[in-house]
Write a protein that binds this ligand. Structure first.
Ligand code: GLU
Ligand code: MG
Length: 574
């Protein structure tokens, strides 16, 4: 989830005092990178996926499933057994926000050849098996976007009670600080977002009104000091901590482009695809033990890291802050970056004018300068005492500090200094799916799309103020595939992936969100009151786990027959 510095984290008040310093040096660091690498060409197309996992433990006797707070130890073991002993190990493991989460990527990036699409699922399977192999009995690794009972009493193991008093990180009524990864970046982010905002974050998700759901749906919160009563809205599920958003899991893809201009073009083109692919990957209908009226996590994370003050949100006249800011740091992109996108930049962009002018003076073009000057309206949220004074020519921590806490649907990533990594873009909207098959399908679909966009010079751009129409991408992908040299086995794999995406798009197959809703609706304990009990949660996650392990079929979600990758079968028919 971004830059992981080690050291002594500063409080918000101390961090705030260094904000100008971080911005100033962040820009100098960016300029060093830009000057050194703007003309870098002929990097090859490389890409990689990131899958976020949750660790759970099943209690079959009491029919409960809980989130296991042992991500740090599991991560350590996985790294010790993997990348630390073998630089060519096929998997890499990284920490994530929740102490019940881990993130896995392939050991090496994938390259440009078509046959590599045929190895994605195997690598994901390896990751799942590797993680599972270091767990104990009744423990499992799950790719569920949002844990349905996240924030409900006793949802963690060991069980921890939230401490809603100042002094901790999130001050949440529901989400204990123990469920936050122990690396100081995560708790510091949590506390500093809250301190900068001046109050706890507020996440209100509409409740799904079923037959027996109280109307209006109003909750009372026993340990509330008044903040929750003020923030919670009738008919909404109220949440009050970063963990409700950043504690969700997603599926991301990062591409290395051949040059900076190709990266900027891909950034723009893929930006228009983000809402569509997010909808196709919808997998998170439940929050804090309730059935909600949304299917995707995005708005929840957006609110969960919204550090804007009341002034910045437009609720009070500007006095201590510089700008009104229309969105959270976690949101859709605000401006296109490539020349063909310029005419569509039709929303008001809040920028740091001094930074913009500085960048222009240094020869950065308007589109890139305004992009960076927009990201840099934000304050740094974490700063480590040991990392204040840096060598701007050879380090980029201050740039990365602001960059990596702008969590937009797409991220444009300059190369790190002194590395052989090129200009990259990150595709961030997708929800993680239950199985390696589905996750591979979504990843391959997006990567193929980039190939088609680049080969056919496709232009999907529309004004940023509008939602797009779905232009029918599968036919374009198919025609691209017909013109490519692809071995039969790989082609078969890809066609199966595209079939899944197509059927999800047409509604013939369910999204994970839809399937979960039906599972809960049909559960014998469900009282049509929008409540997900411990036992319902247990049966749902158990079923998800079985599907992911290939121990249960799920034709309504995956279709029939085509989700089994028959390794070794080189004669698959088309
Ligand atoms: N878990 C976050 C999500 O669901 C993403 C964190 C990251 O940027 O790695 O979108
Ligand atoms: Mg991540």
């Amino acid at each position: 989830m971004g830059l992981l510095s080690q050291g002594s984290p500063l409080s918000w008040e101390e961090t705030r005092r260094h904000a100008e310093h971080v911005r100033k040096h962040g820009i100098l660091q960016f300029l060093h990178i830009y000057r050194a690498l703007r003309d870098r060409h002929k990097d090859v197309l490389k890409w990689g996926d990131e899958v976020e996992y949750m660790l759970v433990k099943f209690d079959h006797e009491n029919k409960k499933v809980r989130l296991l707070l042992c991500g740090e130890e599991v991560l350590q073991t996985l790294q010790d057994k993997g990348e630390k002993v073998n630089p060519n190990h096929p998997t890499l493991w990284r920490p994530e926000y929740g102490s019940y989460m881990i993130e896995g990527t392939p050991g090496q990036p994938y390259g440009g050849t078509m046959s590599e699409f045929n190895t994605v699922q195997d690598n994901m399977r390896k990751r799942r098996q590797e993680a599972a192999s270091v767990l104990k009995e009744n423990e499992a690794v799950c790719t569920v976007t949002s844990f349905p009972r996240l924030g409900c009493p006793g949802f963690t193991l060991p069980e921890c009670k939230p401490t809603p008093v100042e002094g901790g990180a999130s001050k949440s009524l529901f989400f204990p600080d123990e469920a936050i990864n122990k690396h100081p970046r995560f708790s510091t982010l949590t506390r500093n977002i809250r301190h900068r905002r001046g109050e706890k974050v507020v996440i209100n998700v509409p409740i799904f009104k079923d037959k027996n759901t109280p109307s209006p749906f109003i909750e009372t919160f026993p340990n509330d000091d008044g903040e929750a009563a003020k923030a919670a809205k009738p008919d909404y599920i109220y949440m009050d901590a970063m963990g409700f958003g950043m504690g969700n899991c997603c599926l991301q893809v990062t591409f290395q482009a051949c040059s900076i201009s190709e990266a900027r073009y891909l950034y723009d083109q893929l930006a228009t695809i983000c809402p569509i692919v997010m909808a196709l990957s919808a997998a998170s209908p439940f929050y804090r033990g309730y059935v909600s009226d949304i299917d995707c996590r995005w708005g929840v994370i957006s609110a969960s890291v919204d550090d804007r003050t009341r002034e910045e949100r437009g609720l009070e006249p500007l006095k201590n802050n510089h700008y009104r800011i229309s969105k959270s740091r976690y949101d859709s992109i605000d401006s296109y970056l490539s020349e063909c996108g310029e005419k569509y930049n039709d929303i008001d962009l809040t920028i740091d004018k001094d930074i913009y002018e500085h960048l222009i003076k240094e020869g950065i073009d308007h589109l890139l300068a305004q992009h960076i000057a927009h990201l840099f309206i934000r304050d740094p949220l974490t700063l480590f005492e040991e990392k204040i004074h840096l060598d701007d020519a050879n380090e980029s921590d201050h740039f990365e500090n602001i960059q990596s806490t702008n969590w937009q649907t797409m991220r444009f990533k300059p190369p790190p200094p002194n590395s052989d990594i090129g200009w990259r873009v990150e595709f961030r909207p997708m929800e993680v799916q239950l199985t390696d098959f589905e996750n591979s399908a979504y990843v391959v679909f997006v990567v193929l799309l980039t190939r088609v966009i680049l080969s056919y010079k496709l232009d999907f751009l529309i004004p940023l103020s509008k939602e797009g129409v779905f232009p029918g991408l599968i036919p374009v992908l198919n025609s691209y595939l017909e013109n490519m040299e692809v071995d039969v086995d790989t082609r078969c794999t890809i066609l199966n992936y595209l079939k899944l995406i197509k059927k999800r798009a047409s509604g013939e197959l369910m999204t994970v969100a839809r399937w979960m809703r039906e599972f809960i609706a049909k559960h014998p304990d469900y009282k049509q009151d929008s409540v997900i009990t411990d036992e319902m949660n247990y049966s749902l996650i158990w079923k998800c786990n079985q599907i992911a392990q290939g121990q249960a079929e799920c034709p309504e979600l995956l279709g029939v027959g085509f989700n089994k990758k028959q390794s070794g079968n080189k004669t698959g028919s088309l």
